[in-house]
Ligand binder design. Structure first.
Ligand code: ADP
Ligand code: SF4
Ligand code: MG
Length: 399
């Protein structure tokens, strides 16, 4: 099992040593017919107060299963959380919390924004009723006070004439407006963490930008502490996140700051994702596509989960899954190219911690892969890619 504390925290972020949320060895499986198949295995990472952590990867990489498992929202059956812990600061391990206490955590400490607002909004109650009840579920206030709070949050998310619109039902709002209502609902209790799973994917580009801007603005204006932003859109990550976690095959493959990931991706999968960004392709050249498809959980290869699609695959990759290896710049990467005798073993807590605080310039043999022939033209977080979507990688053919 890998231990994967987060890579170096954002330089503008809070103290690195006390995460808001610490996920360790989270492993989730699904019952398919008469057998059980692992969808997410030994996922470990931290979320720090005040940061925006991006989680990226193609469809089927395990992003949503990870997110839903944090609040134990995976339907069981067919899903099952096999092992792991999710420590929420000041609360404890969400995996072993009694149901009544878990309900108190949902919405109050951690809330979720989904791609489809109607998964969170009830069509038969007015928006005002849903907002006030969401607030009163966690705060013992009079109805009138909850109504004022709901009006305030509806206005905050940009719903004009908020007091009047409290009486409307969700279907009386447009898609973008419904998404705003859902954000108001997610933030009304000012949770410490908002998990947003593809919050803007279903919206048009202009509304997408507005909603993301709104989420960041509200993060600063309310006491909401951190955002975990799940998306297949690397452009969104470049523009909004402090750190990035790249997932593939139900595993964490690389974790680093936005700058590290976009300037100097290390994992061949991260390199492939960035190379397939239209905005990074050299002019006149055909766009790169990672060969093949994301395998289904029943067809995951042994060894490195990316070995069937990797340009740099070696014999060992097909049989031995690499651990998450800490590099000298604080990031973590799961790839044999970075595993040298000098690299510490996967269980080395202390060595991982040392890497997180290491001097950026300290030479490390683990940082030198055999070859970096497919390194992309590098983007910077200052010059974000504008149109890249991991899901858009054509499904067949190479470069
Ligand atoms: N209810 C389910 N039954 C069986 N397999 C599932 C179920 N939900 C998710 N999976 C599988 O788990 C893997 C990860 O899915 P998911 O987390 O939704 O991916 P992502 O959010 O990255 O697109 C996929 O292979 C998906 O097919
Ligand atoms: S471990 Fe091997 S197959 Fe996996 S990403 Fe690294 S080089 Fe590619
Ligand atoms: Mg998903």
């Amino acid at each position: 099992m890998d231990v994967a504390p987060a890579a170096a925290p954002p330089s503008n972020g809070p103290q690195p040593r006390s995460p808001l949320l610490a996920i360790r060895d989270l492993t989730v499986s699904f019952r398919i017919e008469d057998h059980s198949v692992t969808a997410v295995e030994d996922v470990s990472f931290d979320v720090y107060p005040g940061e925006v952590l991006g989680i990226v990867g193609e469809s089927g990489s395990g992003k949503s299963v990870t997110a839903m498992s944090i609040l134990r929202l995976i339907p069981d059956p067919p899903g099952h959380i096999d092992r792991g812990s999710v420590m929420l600061e000041g609360v404890g391990d969400l995996m072993s919390l009694p149901h009544d206490q878990l309900r108190q955590v949902r919405g109050r400490h951690i809330s979720m924004i989904f791609q489809e607002p109607m998964t969170a909004l009830n069509p038969v109650f007015t928006v005002g009723m849903q907002l006030t009840e969401a607030y009163r579920a966690h705060f013992p206030v009079r109805r009138r006070e909850a109504i004022e709070r709901a009006v305030e949050f509806l206005s905050l998310v940009g719903i004009s004439d908020a007091r009047k619109r409290m009486r409307d039902y969700p279907h009386q709002f447009s898609g973008g407006m419904r998404q705003r209502v859902m954000i108001a609902m997610a933030l009304i209790c000012e949770p410490r963490l908002v998990i947003a799973d593809e919050p803007t994917t279903a919206l048009d580009v202009t509304t997408q930008a507005e909603i993301l801007e709104l989420m960041l603005e509200l993060k600063n204006r309310t006491a909401s502490n951190a955002i975990m932003l799940i998306t297949h859109d690397l452009a969104v990550v470049a523009e909004t996140c402090d750190r990035v976690l790249v997932m593939y095959g139900g595993r964490v493959q690389e974790v680093g700051s936005v700058r590290q990931i976009f300037h100097d991706p290390k994992h061949p999968y991260t390199v492939g994702l960035l190379r397939s960004l239209p905005s990074l392709a050299p002019r006149g050249q055909r766009l790169y596509a990672i060969p093949g498809n994301v395998p289904s959980i029943e067809e995951m290869p042994d060894g490195c989960k990316f070995c069937t699609r990797c340009d740099e695959v070696m014999d060992i990759c097909r049989t031995v899954e690499p651990p998450l290896i800490p590099l000298s710049d604080g990031r973590l990467v799961r790839c044999h190219l970075y595993q040298t005798p000098a690299a510490p073993p996967q269980h080395a807590h202390s060595q991982v911690d040392e890497a997180v605080v290491a001097d950026d310039h300290r030479p490390s043999p683990g940082d030198s892969p055999r070859s970096r022939s497919n390194a992309p033209t590098r983007a910077t977080s200052d010059e974000p890619a504008t149109t890249g979507r991991a899901d858009e990688s054509p499904r067949d053919g190479g470069p």
